[in-house]
Design a protein around this ligand. Structure first.
Ligand SMILES: O=C(O)CCCC[C@@H]1SC[C@@H]2NC(=O)N[C@@H]21
Length: 196
């Protein structure tokens, strides 16, 4: 049982479509709250994606992030700093694709009944850490495979990857993971309080 299902037990197709649209809008807004660093900005996207995944569950959470990526591919300025689908050919493409798995993973945990701030925060921290696998893999390996100039992205060795793609974000990502857990656990507590 997810929070969304507890709030709206009968999720008809129009309701789910609205949830996907609303969730993708939420992520797009969070993407604009950023510190515009080069090559990778600091943003609130992971906070929004974790909240969406935990609230919607694996399937709807992943579908919402997929819809978000499709909106960007269609040219809408939904990615960090108003970028659109061109970002799929830039240094953050691995993170964008990884967002789908991130939402799925925390949603799966929510579907399986993971509750409480500590357990939820642990899952969110793990999902946030795993996001760096596609994020870094794209910047370092795929870019070279496709003949793109990785050095322009500050990604031609692990020291640079650490400096530009990881170190500036790890603490903030952990804070966002805990915040997402607090928000969703707070949602559950509020719901229980209302029903008691
Ligand atoms: O181009 C985009 O819209 C994606 C930006 C990705 C930013 C990544 S997500 C993980 C890490 N934490 C941040 O705050 N920024 C990077």
């Amino acid at each position: 049982m997810t929070l969304a299902k507890a709030l709206a037990p009968s999720q008809s197709l129009p309701v789910r479509a609205l949830m996907v649209l609303g969730g993708s809008l939420f992520i797009a807004i969070a993407a604009q709250i950023s510190v515009p660093m080069i090559p990778v900005p600091m943003t609130l996207q992971t906070l929004a994606i974790l909240i969406v995944g935990l609230t919607y569950g694996a399937r709807l959470g992943a579908a919402t992030v997929l819809a978000y990526l499709v909106e960007g591919a269609m040219g809408l300025p939904v990615f960090a700093n108003g970028a659109n689908g061109a970002a799929f050919f830039g240094p953050t493409a691995g993170f964008l694709v990884g967002f789908v798995f991130m939402a799925w993973m925390v949603g799966y945990a929510a579907d399986r009944g993971v509750r409480g701030v500590l357990a939820t925060a642990a899952v969110c921290i793990l999902a946030s850490a795993l996001l760096y696998v596609p994020g870094v893999a794209w910047a370092m390996a795929l870019a070279e495979l496709l003949g793109l100039d990785a050095s322009k992205w500050g990604a031609d060795n692990f020291a640079m990857i650490w400096q530009y793609y990881m170190a500036p974000f790890l603490l903030g990502d952990a804070v966002k993971a805990v915040l997402a857990a607090l928000v969703v656990s707070g949602g559950w507590a509020a719901l229980k309080g209302r029903r008691a």
